[in-house]
Every structure is written in C-alpha cells, then in structure tokens.
Write a protein that binds this ligand. Structure first.
Ligand SMILES: N[C@@H](CCC(=O)N[C@@H](CS)C(=O)NCC(=O)O)C(=O)O
Length: 220
C-alpha cells in the first residue's frame, strides 16, 4: 500500500528524497508538481519542493524533514542506522543534521547569491556576487577541512549528511567551481566523486559534467 506522494522535479533539493524512494524501494509515488499543479498549490501554498503527503493526507514540507521521514519508512533498520546514525549515538545523529543544515541553508543560499546573477536570474551587482563567492569559499573551506581528515562527513560511512551536501554542492560544480577551483579543493572533489557515484545518488548524475570556468559576469 502506498505510504504517500513525494513532489519532486529537477530542483536540487528534490534529488535526495527521490533517490531515497527509488533505492530504498519505498512505496511512495513520485509526482512532478507541474503535473499535479492544482493539488500541489492547494496543499502547499509556498509552492516549494520537495513536499510530501502521506496516505492519511498529512503533509510534510522542508527537505530535511522529508528525507528523515523517508529513511524512517525503510524497514531495513541497518540502513536507517547507516544513514541517520544510531539512536544510542545522539552526537553522531546531531552531526548528520549539522552538515545537512550547513549545506541546505547557508551554502545553498550563498551559492544562489553568487550564480543567480551570473545566470541572469537576478540583477547583477559585482560587489554582491564577489561577497557571495567569498562566503561560499568560507563555507566550503569548512567542508574541505573536514574531508581532508575523514573519508565521509560523519562516522566513516555514507550518511544522509553526505547525500544532502553532495547534491547541494552540485550547483556549485554546475556554475562556480571551475578547473582551477577544483584543483585547489582536492579533498572535496574526491568526496564529491565518491558520493555522487554511490548506489543511492548515481542515477541523479546522469549527464553531469564538470565546467572549465566559473560563469562569467553578464556583459553590460
Ligand atoms: N527550506 C526549504 C526550501 C525549499 C525550496 O526553496 N525549494 C526550492 C527548490 S531547491 C524551490 O522549490 N524553489 C521554487 C520557488 O521558490 O518557487 C527546504 O529545505 O526544503
């Protein structure tokens, strides 16, 4: 019996929940919001993705909450422990939340501030873009330091922290992190390669290619 509906599309925050549904073989229907626009708008007035409606009609928003719930739907408790941390290790569980939050909020917001104007999605302001790029570099440095000492972000194995952070970083690799940048961040790139090739995420990366250079400023 279906446990609910996940609304997901091309947007980056929907990659992990969709991959969890697929690879944990969860009885959840994945629907593109564009194909169910009326229900989506009625249930989710903010019209953000991902979102989830369970079989009783209860709704969940916020990618971190949805990812957590989807992993808990999995009957394989070893998989739950792997991805979320064990209940008898609350510090590790909290670290997994910590890295997800840093990626999903601070990092993604600053990456958007940097590449949005370069892509022409927002008005271009050179100083604002340069400031955002610096903030991206500061946050990424925290990941790089961690990954220079650890294969994965938490607990020496693939967790939800890696999945969410890797998916989030994809937008950096799409628009900002050119060849030179990657050469300066070997541990982060090593980890990105590892996580994007994982059984859970690899399907999402079909057709992915690294860029040579960061997007250029629009010509005035
Ligand atoms: N805090 C929310 C943010 C959700 C969000 O902003 N999703 C983006 C896609 S990554 C979206 O739906 N954007 C479409 C829009 O803003 O209209 C979460 O973590 O799920």
């Amino acid at each position: 019996m279906s446990k609910g509906t996940l609304y997901a599309n091309f947007r980056i925050r929907t990659w992990v929940p969709r991959a969890l549904v697929r690879t944990l073989e969860l009885p959840v229907t994945v629907v593109e919001p564009e194909k169910d626009a009326a229900t989506f708008a009625q249930k989710f007035p903010l019209k953000k993705v991902p979102t989830f409606i369970d079989s009783e009609g209860r709704v969940l928003t916020e990618s971190m909450a949805i990812n957590y719930y989807l992993v808990r739907l999995c009957k394989d408790t070893a998989k739950q422990d792997q991805l979320l941390g064990k209940n008898d290790n609350p510090f590790e569980q909290s670290q997994i939340v910590q890295w997800q939050s840093l990626a999903n909020s601070d990092l993604l917001m600053e990456m958007l501030n940097a590449f949005g104007p370069l892509r022409g999605d927002r008005p271009y302001d050179k100083n604002a873009v340069e400031t955002a790029k610096q903030k991206v570099d500061q946050i990424v440095a925290v990941f790089e330091t961690r990954l220079s000492q650890h294969q994965y972000l938490v607990g020496g194995r693939l967790t939800l922290a890696d999945l969410v952070a890797c998916a989030t970083m994809t937008r950096g690799f799409n628009y900002l992190f050119g060849r030179e940048w990657r050469a300066a961040h070997p541990d982060l790139v090593r980890w990105f390669e590892l996580v994007k090739a994982s059984e859970i995420l690899k399907e999402e990366y079909k057709g992915f290619e690294y860029i040579e250079e960061c997007l250029e400023a629009p010509r005035s």
